[in-house]
Design a protein around this ligand. Structure first.
Ligand code: ADP
Ligand code: ADP
Ligand code: ZN
Ligand code: ZN
Length: 750
């Protein structure tokens, strides 16, 4: 008999209040609910954790040492699991050798195609790989980039050689390396570098080794002269890898990456580049947008190539289907955004033929314009129809709508959440009385009186990536939303062009806060110092005692609260430190109290409780800013590495709100937020503007777009078909912009 439900009995992970639940197998289930309500605690910390653990149990303990570690989740029982695959937004690590083409294996199919059908053919498939010596450009070893000396940081152009114009270490005035230039006879040693002719500058930096005669201690001696950059490259770059790395980090400020002059950044050697199909080299094909490449492949008429072409096209098609048609196969994996990374992973799984799996997604709509959400929906449905169980944590109404089953977690966040408010079909949800249902039914409004735009900040015009010689022109003192489909150029224009000109802008994105298990909301916002002082003043002892990272830390676990057990023949395990019971503090510290609470009691308080508890103004103010961004439910001691991306972003927001900036750039701040939390974020941004700041937000959330003062819409499409500014102005008028896809979605509802 097939089991039709995953059954969870009394789950208690994090904030879950004995949650018992049935999740239909072979269906698409969406988990909704406010941020911090417990969705991830159910899906990732309970279901995925137990599925991983059960799978690991099937291996010998020897094999298990190599597998990721899973612990048994806090729950009475979990039945009917199958293998779970978590498709998350972690970006791809990896290096410059890993591109979209290598990661999706499309490059290896292209190599096969070239080895058989290109002219002139140059042999086996490996010859067409930039990661293989037979195919790579030998100067850059297949990286396409080389390190060179950065002339701008190497020379102080306002100085002469005698004044110490050469800033490289070891080239100080009077040193023998300096003499090699100053006494070469090529230069006027009192002439400022900025007055050098082009020839002189070339002689100083790039001259190839040549014999010269120099005067040394009154005698003439023969020496070799070479430009500073040439010498630098010889000494620091063309040595073995480890020394290069060490030298590179020490001399980093003096170097810069530039496109390899031999292959022109193409990574391949000349032979590979001259071997072509229909006039295109393998590089040419990988440098095309995926949608263009598909069109080119269709033109290959050779019957024997058909099968390969079909295989390649299928893979390209699924990348295009998920809205990635604007990318190229040359794109380096570490440069993909979180949302793009997740979509690439998704395509990889779709092409697998395994069935009966549980796929778990974390807000797959992140980074997707409403226009592209339907494509995501198609993929989720395809995965389900292959016979899998698909679990999705998602806030987007358009995704919730296609669910076979919705589980609404709530009612609020943290200790006020952790319960199942609703479990059933979408139609039934609309009749239920939950926060999610309420928002799904509410009507959209557009901002009635946008703040007027009077003065502007303007970036330089740019053609970076896909930009069509455009500048970003942002009105000051208002809230501006930058919109457009994925790949249209928003990040490029805002982060790489505008923010380069205005580096003083405070940028708040979703990248993890630099956090480890030793940092918490208090250490991050700087409140911890004030709290330690409060304890130290009240007790007349050293403030360091109240830090677990300092003298107050438990000696047994070093203030981490856990110790690693390493028993031979058994798995390594992290267990709670028995000395401090996981509190991280030394026993003796606990005798000191402030208003009858010891430091561990304080660490257990929620932000909301602590705001009431402390009297010092600076503590109250900083904690209140955590409240304002909707993080009142966090406990003060919660390690920052347990926070979600959305929580991290709001934490940064809370910290930066109290620093005085006047230009803020936010990148999809609604990620991880329930529809009801979006109002909170809008309030925060409006408060910042009311204080006289200029706020720029990159957003797909229609409510944020409707309620901004000014919209800058990019497009019309992603990649080459984008990079233009289609509309700039207040929200109400965008509906007249016919080319804007964003406009269609704004008008569809209001
Ligand atoms: P959601 O996915 O609905 O946003 P989570 O399941 O991530 O919510 O979080 C539920 C609650 O549990 C929140 O208060 C969160 O801060 C807390 N929490 C999550 N992970 C941990 C952890 N590792 N340790 C302590 N608290 C946690
Ligand atoms: P958006 O922010 O609107 O999603 P992006 O600015 O990220 O768009 O991308 C615009 C275009 O620039 C796309 O074609 C994308 O593939 C390309 N692009 C973005 N980042 C890079 C990069 N680091 N290297 C090469 N191309 C890039
Ligand atoms: Zn090269
Ligand atoms: Zn301890």
């Amino acid at each position: 008999m097939e089991q039709t439900y995953i059954e969870i009995v009394n789950a208690r992970e994090n904030n879950l209040k004995n949650v018992s639940l049935q999740i239909p197998k072979g269906k698409l289930t969406v988990f909704a609910g406010v941020s911090g309500s417990g969705k991830s605690s159910i899906v990732f910390d309970t279901v995925a954790q137990e599925a991983g653990r059960q799978l690991n149990e099937t291996y010998s303990s020897f094999v298990r040492t190599f597998l990721p570690k899973y612990r048994r989740p806090e729950a009475d029982a979990i039945h009917n699991l199958s293998t779970a695959i978590v498709v998350d937004q972690k970006r791809f690590g990896g290096n410059a050798r890993s591109t979209l083409g290598t990661a999706t294996d499309i490059n290896s199919l292209l190599r096969l195609l070239f080895s058989r059908f290109a002219t002139p053919s140059i042999g086996y498939g490996n010859a067409y790989s930039f990661n293989d010596p037979s195919g790579m450009c030998l100067q850059c070893e297949g990286i396409g980039k080389i390190i060179t000396l950065n002339i701008d940081t190497t020379l102080n152009k306002e100085k002469s050689l005698n004044d110490g114009a050469i800033l490289l270490p070891g080239f100080g005035v009077g040193t023998w390396q300096w003499k090699a230039y100053a006494e070469s006879g090529f230069f006027d040693n009192d002439k400022k570098i900025q007055d050098y002719t082009e020839q002189e500058l070339h002689q100083l930096m790039y001259a190839e080794p040549q014999k010269v005669t120099v005067t040394y201690q009154n005698s003439e001696i023969n020496a070799t002269y070479e430009g500073i950059a040439v010498k630098f490259m010889r000494q620091n770059v063309k040595t073995d890898k480890d020394t290069t790395k060490a030298a590179a980090s020490k001399l980093e400020q003096f170097t810069t990456m530039c496109s390899c002059p031999t292959c022109d950044g193409k990574r391949y050697n000349e032979q590979v580049l001259s071997s072509k199909i229909l006039g295109h080299s393998i590089y040419d094909m990988t440098a095309m947008q995926l949608d263009e490449l598909m069109a080119v492949l269709q033109k290959i008429e050779e019957p024997l190539a058909k099968e390969l072409v079909v295989g390649i096209t299928e893979r390209l098609q699924s990348l295009c289907d998920i809205g990635l048609g604007y990318m190229t196969l040359t794109r380096e994996m570490p440069t993909l955004s979180g949302g793009e990374s997740q979509r690439v992973k998704m395509v990889k799984y779709l092409s697998s033929n395994l069935t009966g799996l549980i796929y778990i997604f974390d807000e797959p709509s992140t980074g997707l314009h409403p226009h592209d959400v339907y494509r995501l929906n198609d993929l989720l449905i395809k995965l389900r129809d292959k016979g899998n169980t698909v679990l999705v944590v998602e806030h987007d109404p358009d995704v919730i709508q296609i669910a076979d089953h919705v589980i609404d977690v709530g009612p609020a966040a943290g200790s006020h959440g952790g319960q199942i408010m609703f479990s059933g079909s979408y139609e039934e949800l609309l009749k239920a009385d939950t926060l999610t249902a309420q928002y799904l039914k509410s009507e959209a409004t557009i901002k009635a009186n946008p703040r007027p735009a009077t003065e502007f900040l303007e970036s330089d015009k740019s053609t970076l990536h896909n930009l069509k010689n455009v500048s970003l022109r942002v009105p000051t003192g208002v809230l501006t939303a930058v919109t457009g489909v994925a790949g249209s150029g928003k990040s490029t224009l805002v982060h790489e062009v505008f923010a380069k000109k205005y580096p003083e802008a405070i940028r708040i994105d979703q990248s993890a806060v630099h956090a480890n298990s030793r940092s918490n909301p208090l250490t991050y916002t700087g409140v911890m110092n004030s709290i330690r002082k409060a304890f130290s003043d009240a007790n007349g002892v050293d403030a360091g005692l109240f830090s677990y990272n300092s003298t107050g830390g438990c000696e047994s676990c070093g203030g981490t609260g856990t110790v690693e057990l390493n028993l031979s023949f058994m798995d390594k395990a992290e267990v709670v430190c028995t000395q401090c019971n996981g509190t991280r503090y030394k026993q003796e510290v606990l005798q000191y109290t402030y208003k009858d609470k010891n430091i561990v009691d304080v660490m257990d308080m929620t932000v909301a409780e602590a705001v009431e508890f402390f009297e010092a103004k600076d503590i109250k103010r900083k904690l209140t800013s955590l409240n304002t961004v909707g993080l009142s439910y966090l406990t003060l001691g919660q390690p920052l590495n347990t926070l979600s991306g959305g929580e991290c972003q709001r934490l940064k927001l809370a910290k930066e709100m109290s620093t005085k900036g006047n230009l803020y750039i936010l990148d999809e701040p609604t990620t991880g937020l329930h529809m009801s939390d979006v109002a909170t974020i809008l309030n925060i941004m409006n408060t910042l503007v009311d204080k006289g700041n200029t706020v720029i937000v990159i957003e797909h959330n229609l409510d944020v777009i409707r309620h901004s003062d000014w919209i800058i819409d990019m497009g019309p499409e992603g990649g080459i078909g984008g990079g233009e500014i289609l509309y700039e102005g207040p929200p109400a008028n965008i509906i007249n912009c016919e080319r804007s896809i964003t406009a269609k979605h704004l008008t569809a509802i209001s």
